[in-house]
Structures are given as structure tokens and as C-alpha cells.
Design a protein around this ligand. Sequence first.
Ligand SMILES: Nc1ncnc2c1ncn2[C@@H]1O[C@H](COP(=O)(O)OP(=O)(O)OP(=O)(O)O)[C@@H](O)[C@H]1O
Length: 749
Amino acid sequence: MSDKSPQSTLTQRRSISRKDSELPEKDTAADEVIAESKGHINVVCRFRPFNDKEKEYGEKTSIEFNSDQKSVAVIGHDTAPLLFCFDRVFPSSTLQQEVYDAAGKPIIESVLEGFNGTILAYGQTSSGKTFTMSGPSVDDPLYQGIIPRMVKTIFQNIDEASEHLEFTVKVGYCEIYLEKIRDLLDPSKKSLKIMEDKVKGIFIEDLTEDYVYQESDMYQLMKFGTRNREVAETQMNEVSSRSHAIFMITISQSNTLDLSAKTGKLYLVDLAGSEKISKTGAEGKRLDELKKINRSLSTLGLVIFSLTDGKSTHIPYRDSKLTRILQDSLGGNSKTCLILTCSPSLYNEQETISTLRFGIRAKAIKNKPKVNKEHTVAELKILLAKAKEEIIKKDSKITLLERHIKDIGETLPNQTEDSEASNEFLKSAEYQELLQELEFERQQYSNEIEKSSKYKQELNSQTIKNQNLVKENDILNGKLMALVMAKQSIEDKLRDYEDTIQQLRAKNEMLENQILSFTNCNMQLEEKLTEKEAEIKKLASELLSVKEKDEIIADLNRRLKSQEEQLRVKLLTESNGRKMKSESVLISQKENLAAEIEEKNETIYKLNTEIEDLKRILEKTKKDHEQAEFFVKSKINTLERNLELLTLMYSNMNTQKAMAKMENEITEKKVKRKTERIEQLEKQLTKISEQAHGYKYKNNVLSKELNEMKDDLPNRAHNKIKKMIKGGNTRVLGIISPYAFQNDVIKNS
Ligand SMILES: Nc1ncnc2c1ncn2[C@@H]1O[C@H](COP(=O)(O)OP(=O)(O)OP(=O)(O)O)[C@@H](O)[C@H]1O
């Protein structure tokens, strides 16, 4: 592949004849450049560099470029060489900027003048259509494609435009996938319809169109829409577009001085790649896609053929969605540029030839572009006023001339000539057109008046509703205040209850502690009581032993007495016999016995005193015991009383606590109910406020619209909320998105 000078061109090397070239007869001259003014489609051709696969194939090519930058030859090995001439041919090394300057810039400049414009990228898959139209990245200034560069130009031009020009810029983005139109800015819209009307021409019904006022908005929309595009990996391209993508920009401008308005519509079309089924090996869904793509592309070819063969009376625009949308771009009201994208590789030679042939056909299409200028009512009024002024001037001139003719004694020419002339004027197409236009405007004006009276009525009813809502709002506000206060007092009460509960809890704790200490005390007393009881038991047993001793003493006494008796008896008996003899023994025995008795008596006395002592001790112990018992009993009684009291207090407290808890629960429930009610009322209030805002806004919009309608009827055509972007580098916020308004309402409310 090489760029050559005209001298060394293909005609010399391979003697390419006109016959060899693929140009239709009337356009075969190599130097023929299709003049844009003639309305022909501008056709340019771009070759991309070899890709990795093609490099593997050995970078073989059959393409030769001419240095005139307008022709390219395919030097076939088996066939005769073919020469193709276009408005411009871009070799592989061409920068994005150069493509834009030649193919994109003239179109966008025309759109800014009020023409419709179209750029179509056509070529086999992976030939560089998306690269050319969008570029690998919209943000990369070096590799940006045509669309982002056009966006930049639009806003630059608006900045540089005079201050009396006001612009609005609208963007839509859709794709045609499997013969269905899908909205790429609102993917939920999957099958849109194509409509046609006298004013709008051909358009896609219900397609999302967003107003934008700076480049970044447009880039964001591009990125958002591109993410929603149907792409797939093919054998030729890792990210192949399986749909035709159409990016639409509508630029409207109005002149605040002469009140004129014009609108330019731009279609930027990245077609799906044409592919040979045999080369792709596609199956299933991919095969369906391919068939549909090829069918719509062949309909495009057919439309182009019918437009250029000079014989066809019917152009099959309606045979595919693509050709229907592009009806104006192909043979209609549009300045159109077709960009053919090609691979330089010998491997793709057949596809390249077919693409170039397609371009040659398309070159012959003739369009009828015109500025889409709208006559505003004000403009027509100015024209009418000017015409009336002219008539008055002419009338006074006629009167003067008539008077002069009369003065010089001449007769006045026959009036019929004049009236014939005026009749002729009245019959003239210009006058009829003006009349039609006036009639159309009058019709629109009366429609608008009708609409405006409807709006007025709506406005009035909305104002009344609004007032009612404001009143309702006030009442609700009052109720809300009362509820807030009630809530406050309930909360105060609740706090009091909580304090009381807290106090009761503290008291309860104290009483529980007291009960605990009393219980301890009680236990100690019980222990003491047990000890005392043990002591008493001991004393009682001791007392029992004293009694036993008494019995022993008594027994001893008894035995002593019986012994005395026995002794006396013995003594008496022995006195008779041995009275003398034993008198001394008896005396000693008596003395011994007396001593023994004395001793015994002493012991008895001792025992008796001991018994007495023991009795006293016992008595004392008994008394002590009784006292202790009494003390313990009274203590137990007191404790029992205390315990009873405490139990009573405790149960009272528990009841109080339960009651407080119940009351608390009731209060909490009440508070909850109140809070819910408050929330409900607050929600209602918010809703009412939102409604009030909405009504207020609607009110404002309606009043504004009413005023605008009166002053500027044609500008009412747009159905979205918008703000003009002023020319002259003074543009401010352009368009308020309806979503932004909603957000504002939400925020304000
Ligand atoms: N002029 C170029 N310079 C450098 N790389 C290019 C050029 N044209 C295309 N490419 C590269 O070739 C590959 C295919 O390009 P692209 O996706 O634009 O093709 P396509 O025609 O849109 O394909 P399809 O029809 O399958 O969507 C991409 O990787 C792209 O970066």
C-alpha cells in the first residue's frame, strides 16, 4: 500500500480504463468532484491499518492510493484493476482530525445554518466504522471520532454566535437491532415506531430526546447510550456492533431581533458491519442477527440503486426501518456524507470492492437540502406591516402623480391595467403561498389561543385547588402543632413516670436490703434461741440429777433410819446380854455412827444447799430463759410484724410497679399511636407540600407558557422544559432536565 504522485498513478502502471472503473457512466470522470451545492452526497473512503490477524496473514494488500487523495485502485491478481474515485480517500495513516475536517465539519456547519445533515459509516465488520464515528474514547482528544468533535464544534459555534441568537440542543440515541428500534437513552423502550408528519417530517415516536447545554452532557449521553448497545464478539471483531446506531442532534436557533427561527437535524449513523455468512461461521442468534443486518443493508443498497438508476418510480424506503429513518438523508432534505471504511488486507479484498462499489452508487444520489426556516407570527406581522407601509407610500405617490397628470391636462390611464396587475399579483404563487402561510399561522394561532384558554381554566382551577390546599395545609399545620405539643406533654409525663419508677426501684432495693438484714438478724436470734434452748435442756437434765440425788439422800436417810432401828434393836438385845461388855463399843459405835450421821447430815446439808443453789440457778436460768424466750418471742413478733409489713410493702410496691408498668405501656402505646399519627400527618403534610409545590410550579409554568404563547407562539413546539443557550460566549444554563425539576421539587419539599 503506498501513496503515489499523480504521474506515477495507476493508469500508467496498469492502464486502468474508465470501463474498468466502477463509476456509473455519468460520474466516471476521475477528476469529478461532487459539488456539495449540487446536492450530491459527499462520499469519502477510509482505510484502517492492518490489524493483528491481517499482520499474521503477511500484510498483503492490493490497494493502491493516488496522491490526489481522491482515488484508490484495487489491483486484483485474477481480475482487471479497478479504480474508484471519491470526494476524498484517506489512507491508513490518516488522523481522526483530518477525517473530521473533510467529512464532519462541513456537515455540522450546515446543520448550524439550519440544514439537515447526515453522516453514515458503511463498511464490512471490523473495518473501523465505530472508530471513525465515535473513536476508541470520546474523552481522548487525539483519537476522538467524528461525533465528539462535532459536539465540540456545536458549542464553539454557539459561543461565537452573536448574542441575539438563542439555541437549544437536543440529543436522541437509538439502535436498530433485529429490525426493532430501541431507545439507547431509555433501554425500557424496546420497539419504537417511525412516524411522519407535515411539520416534523419523519421521526421516531416517543424517542427520548434530552436537552443538553454543554459538551460534557452530550459525552455522558453518548457513553450511557453506547453502553446499552448490542455488541458481540465475532470472528472479525472482538466488540462488533450488531445493530445500526443512530445518534441524533437537533439544533434550534431563534433570532431575537427579526424573530426568525431555524432548526437543523443531524443523524450520525454507525451501521452494523456487512459480513459474508460463509466467513463468519455464525450460528443461532448470531446468524439471525447477520441475516437481518445483511437484509437491511441490502435494502439500503436497493434504495440507493432506485434513487440513481434513473428509471425507478418507487423507492423502497419502507422496506426497512433503517431506510425509512434515513429517507430524508437519501434523496431528500439533507446534506449527507457517506464514509466508507475498508480493510487494506488482501484477505478482505472482495468485501472492500463491494464497499467501494456501494459508495460509487451512493455518490450519484442527489439530495434537495434546504434551510429549515420557520416564519414566526411576529416575522409575518413585520412583513405585513412593511407591505402596508409600502402600499400607503405607493398610494400617496399615485395620488400625487394623478394630480400632476390632471394638472398638465392629460387623461389618467385606464385603471383596469392596474387592477389586472393587482389581480395577477393576487393570483401569483408568492401571494398564494403567503396567504397559505398566513392561514396556517392563523390556524395555529387560534389553536394556541384555544389551548391557552384551556390552560387558563386549568390554571384557575389549579389556583383554587392550590388555595384550598394552602388552607388545608394551614389547618394541618395547626393540628400538627397541637399534636407536637401533646407529644411533648406525653413525653414529659413519661419522663415523670420514669423518674417515679426509678425512685420506686431505689426504694424497693432499700427494702430488699432491709429484709435481707432483718432475715440475717432473725437467723442470728434463732441461733441464739437454739443455744438457749440447749442450755435449758442441759439445766433441766441437771435438775433431774439433783432430784435423783434427793432420792438417794432420802434412801440413805431411810437406810440410816433402818440401820438405827436395827442398831437399837441389836443394842437392846445385846444390852440384855452383854450390856456391860459392849457398852463402850456401843458408845464408840454410836459415836462413829453419830459422826457418820453428822457427816452424812453435813453431806445432806451440803447437798441441800447445793440443791438450793441449783434450784436458785435453775430458777434464775428459768427466769433468764423465760426472759430470753420472751425477748426472742417479742423480737420474733416484731420481726414477723416487720416482715409482714415489708411483705405488704413489697406487694404494694409490686402492685404499684405493675400499675406503673401498665400505665407506662399504655402511655407508650399512646405515644406510639401519637407518633404514628404524627408521622402520618407529617407524610400527608409533605405530600400536600409537594402537591402545593407542584401546583405552584405548574401555576408558574402555565403563566409563563401563557405569556410565552402570547409573545412567541412557534417556540411552543418543544414539549420539554428548556432554557435557551445564548450565543456570544454568554450562555448560561441551557436546559433543565425534567428529572432535575423533579429532584428540585423533592429537595424543596
Ligand atoms: N483508523 C484506524 N486506526 C487505528 N485502529 C483502527 C482504525 N480503524 C479501526 N481500528 C481498530 O480496528 C478495530 C475494529 O474497529 P471498529 O470496531 O471501529 O470496527 P467496526 O467497523 O465498527 O466493526 P463492527 O461492524 O464489527 O462493529 C478496533 O480495534 C479499532 O480500534
